[in-house]
Design a protein around this ligand. Structure first.
Ligand SMILES: Cc1cc2nc3c(=O)[nH]c(=O)nc-3n(C[C@H](O)[C@H](O)[C@H](O)COP(=O)(O)OP(=O)(O)OC[C@H]3O[C@@H](n4cnc5c(N)ncnc54)[C@H](O)[C@@H]3O)c2cc1C
Length: 180
């Protein structure tokens, strides 16, 4: 029996978990660890940002689905990797930290036989001066929450333009190449 640990429940991690659960017999454990309790279909954040979809339409909660499918799920973030184990455990393990609820701030070790690291890009807005979402009229569509704020701002601007007839300039682009 093997324990497969998947870090991240984004497009890569969720796809890996679904395929592994389908292909492996139940004697093997598939465990997903991710800080966000929802799966989000990131590409559709474009439609959230323009107001054509609601943020609730681009995500769903992971836990009920994983329970049904027999995939383990822990809501936490990984803080360190120990592929060669330590003095007390020769198996590789990661240290995780709980972010919410009674266990918030608590750290524990989770060992594995196989590890898939699918924690995605780092959204490093600060690498581009002035691009931090919410400041200086800068908005992002990288997460459904960002996209929802972008949509509110866009529609406020559109209504101002309609009412006052003023002209506005909207700049659309990407940030620093090291941001993802
Ligand atoms: C607006 C937008 C539109 C896009 N459109 C397209 C498109 O049309 N086609 C296309 O191919 N690509 C598109 N992309 C890119 C695509 O969405 C990404 O390439 C894809 O989401 C990357 O998947 P991933 O699983 O690697 O990372 P993510 O989907 O970002 O998932 C990472 C996961 O890791 C978790 N995580 C983060 N840190 C930790 C940690 N410390 N411990 C545990 N878990 C952690 C996160 O919570 C998340 O669940 C788009 C991106 C954006 C922003």
């Amino acid at each position: 029996m093997s324990k497969i640990l998947i870090l991240g429940a984004g497009i890569a991690g969720h796809t890996a978990a679904s395929h592994l659960r389908r292909k492996l017999s139940r004697e093997h454990e598939v465990l997903v660890i991710s800080p966000n309790r929802n799966f989000q279909w990131v590409p559709s954040n474009i439609w959230v940002g323009t107001g054509r979809m609601k943020s609730e339409e681009v995500f769903f909660p992971l836990e009920p689905l994983y329970k049904r499918k027999g995939i383990g799920y822990t809501q936490a973030k990984v803080v360190s990797f120990h592929p060669e184990g330590d003095a007390s455990d020769q198996k590789g393990f990661v240290t995780i930290e709980y972010l919410y609820g009674e266990k918030a701030g608590v750290q524990e070790n989770v060992n594995y036989d196989f590890l898939i690291n699918a924690t995605g890009p780092k959204l490093a807005f600060e690498l581009t001066e002035g691009l931090v979402p919410g400041y200086n009229k800068a908005f992002s569509v990288c997460t459904y929450e960002h996209a929802s704020h972008a949509s509110d701002a866009l529609h406020l601007l559109i209504s101002e333009i309609k009412i006052s007839g003023k002209k506005a300039k909207i700049l659309i682009g990407t940030g620093h190449p090291k941001a993802t």
